[in-house]
Design a protein around this ligand. Structure first.
Ligand code: 4AD
Ligand code: MG
Length: 464
């Protein structure tokens, strides 16, 4: 048996092969001449292959003529060249084996196009749609590029823990991990929860970032990256936030903020070029069906230099822009999506790297500048999505780090191991985090982040 993917079967070089295709029927059309056209998809590419099933096949009347959307089949046959539009090849079936029926009365994915919201209710079936197939293939390509990019530059892939006792971003937006009986929580004499009876003998959480542990490995092994799921219990019901998302975080010893910005720009350019090169058919689909600015935007990212400017310059520019913003902006406030979009979409029309933010709106670990007011932070902003990367040079001076922690209400002793990295052989170092889903969203033009991850976790949504 010569099992091949539909992606391969569609190549002109496959003509003349005897092959076996396996997948799910999209449509069936019966011709008056006594045969049927089956459109078959197996997820290997966006396009279907057309299969011709003649009436003299033994199960033609009993089974083939009953096939409908969603039925699963194995088809043996010959690949021929096709005169049909948009297809180089088709298959002439010699045998059609039906594995599973899909009752057309109840199978939800009929010809009708469903809204993205409706499809979210069918998270178990939506990968069978064109849109989600394309999203998942692009997501896979992005993950491949992430690993290739770092591996080719000798970064080590380190696995940082998912369960942790520390809050990297210091924002208190963590999910608790516990084995305590919620109906009968043990208390100490003073009435507090007695975490000594909990699994880890102390409060523990799902990680919001692998950065702190990444720093441990970078300050021993040089250049590392961690890439895994992260969790945030922020109650934001927006099109850009998930409670569970994937983040890739490189961390580099002996990198200053400029090195960090340069790496981030090269990194994004590489991912986008790989997608343009390897996912042509899917990107074309997004351009046609989802967002007709996708191709132009990707082209800009791949080929044009990003704009760098300081937070202070950006505020100045926003204040003088004459734009009416819903949220007023002034030095010391965080940028809202509308401000980010103004900068990248309207003003510069290229991705923007903002750097040197006020220390008051950034976490404790960022290196304080000589002005004592700003920190060596950087955010990369892209059209439509806004912030896609957040990073910084890290504070490498023990005393400054301790006072920043105290300032932000963090007990330095709880982070004694993190402080040790500054106590013993401290080095300038930097890193950043790219939200995988924001990247997929950006590349595909999908409007809602819930539609670029297989099983989105958001407030109130955890069924499957
Ligand atoms: O800016 P953030 O919070 O940075 C950090 O976590 C750093 N510790 C990273 C580092 O320096 N190693 O998050 C980084 C990126 C954001 O720019 C965004 O792309 C994504 O993670 N992100 C989210 N994506 C989806 N849903 C959420 N709730 C997200 N929060 C952050
Ligand atoms: Mg951020």
């Amino acid at each position: 048996m010569n099992k091949i993917s539909i992606r391969n079967a569609r190549q002109p070089e496959s003509v003349g092969q005897q092959a076996t295709l396996q997948g799910w029927i999209r449509t069936r059309r019966d011709s008056k001449g006594g045969f049927s056209f089956l459109e078959l998809n197996d997820g290997s590419c966006l396009a279907n292959i057309q299969v011709i099933a003649d009436a003299d096949l033994p199960n033609y009347e009993s089974e083939i003529k009953r096939l409908s959307a969603g039925c699963s089949v194995t088809i043996h046959g010959n690949i021929k060249s096709s005169g049909g539009k948009g297809q180089a090849t088709e298959m002439q079936a010699t045998e059609v084996i039906v594995h599973g029926w899909a009752d057309p009365e109840t199978y939800p994915l009929q010809k009708k196009r469903h809204s993205m919201e409706k499809l979210r209710e069918w998270a178990h079936l939506r990968p069978r749609t064109n849109t989600f197939g394309a999203v998942m293939r692009v997501r896979n390509q992005i993950c491949r590029s992430i690993h290739n990019f770092f591996q080719e530059q000798d970064f080590l892939y380190v696995h940082t823990p998912i369960i942790t006792a520390s809050d990297c971003e210091g924002a208190g937006e963590m999910f608790r991990v516990t084995t305590l009986d919620l109906a009968n929580v043990p208390k100490t004499k003073s009435g507090d929860v007695d975490f000594e009876q909990d699994f880890f003998d102390r409060p523990s959480y799902l990680t919001v970032s692998g950065q702190l542990e990444g720093e441990i490995y970078a300050t021993a092994l040089g250049k590392v990256y961690t890439f895994g799921p992260t969790f945030r219990a922020e109650n934001s019901n927006t099109s850009r936030h998930l409670a569970e998302f994937w983040m890739v975080e490189p961390e580099m010893a002996f990198f200053d903020l400029d090195d960090n910005m340069q790496l981030a720009e090269q990194f994004l350019k590489r991912i986008v070029s790989d997608v343009l090169e390897n996912c042509e058919e899917d990107v074309e689909f997004f351009q046609k069906r989802i967002d007709d600015t996708v191709l132009a935007t990707l082209d800009t990212v791949a080929n044009q230099a990003f704009q760098r400017l300081s937070y202070t310059e950006a505020i100045d520019l926003l204040e003088k822009s004459g734009e009416k913003f819903e949220y007023p902006i002034s030095w010391g406030t965080d940028l809202q999506a509308e401000h980010e979009r103004f900068l990248t979409e309207k003003h510069f029309k290229v991705p923007v790297i903002l750097h040197d933010y006020p220390s008051s709106i950034k976490p404790f670990y960022m290196k304080v500048n000589e002005d004592a007011k700003t920190v060596r932070a950087m955010d990369v902003l892209v059209p439509r999505v806004g912030e896609i990367i957040g990073g910084s040079q890290r504070e490498d001076r023990l005393d400054v780090l301790e006072s920043r922690m105290t300032e932000q209400g963090i007990t330095p002793d709880d982070y004694w191991w993190y402080l040790d990295l500054r106590r013993y052989g401290t080095v300038p170092h930097s890193g950043f985090g790219l939200g995988l889903e924001r990247m997929v969203q950006f590349v595909t033009g999908m409007a809602n982040i819930r539609d670029v991850i297989p099983f989105p976790r958001t407030p109130g949504n955890v069924e499957f």
